[in-house]
Write a protein that binds this ligand. Structure first.
Ligand code: ADP
Ligand code: MG
Length: 134
């Protein structure tokens, strides 16, 4: 079960900040502590920056997800940009080029509990979940 909470359009660099702030607010509402809030906002920054840099336009959507005795935040970063050709090499540490704090997509995977990426030449969709124990 899941419930869409909000979406942030990414088209200007400043929208990365807006997505971070929206994600932090949701993380607080869902009861995440400050360490997890930092993990979540770092992941959002990385995903939003990738949209801005490589796809130009896209969207970050936030959902509340329900597990067994737990709730979580699901973050979907989607765009209709050029896509990623070699996902397997991109997911290896050391590939990241932009020097962001979160160490690129492998960093996003480490920061979150679940990670999925789908990409083809019509665009990219990265879906991540962080669970909060209740
Ligand atoms: N949304 C996207 N659309 C197209 N290409 C992307 C996207 N996200 C990432 N990429 C490609 O994957 C590479 C690795 O991304 P990432 O791990 O975030 O590292 P970095 O952004 O530091 O290079 C990028 O350099 C870029 O070529
Ligand atoms: Mg990046």
């Amino acid at each position: 079960m899941e419930k869409t909470l909000s979406s942030v359009i990414i088209k200007k660099e400043w929208d990365i900040v807006g997505a971070r702030q929206a994600g932090r607010k949701i993380a607080i509402d869902l009861g995440f502590g400050s360490v997890d809030q930092a993990r979540i906002t770092t992941a959002i920054s990385e995903l939003a920056r990738n949209i801005y840099l490589y796809a130009k336009h896209g969207e970050i959507t936030f959902e509340k997800v329900y597990g067994v005795r737990k709730v979580g935040i699901k973050i979907i970063a989607s765009d209709r940009g050029p896509g990623i050709r070699e996902i397997s090499s991109v997911m290896k540490d050391g590939y990241s080029t932009s020097g962001g704090l979160g160490a690129g997509l492998p960093g996003v995977k480490r920061l979150m509990d679940e990670f999925d990426i789908q990409s083809d030449d019509h665009g990219t969709k990265v879906t991540v979940i962080k669970w909060a124990r209740q």
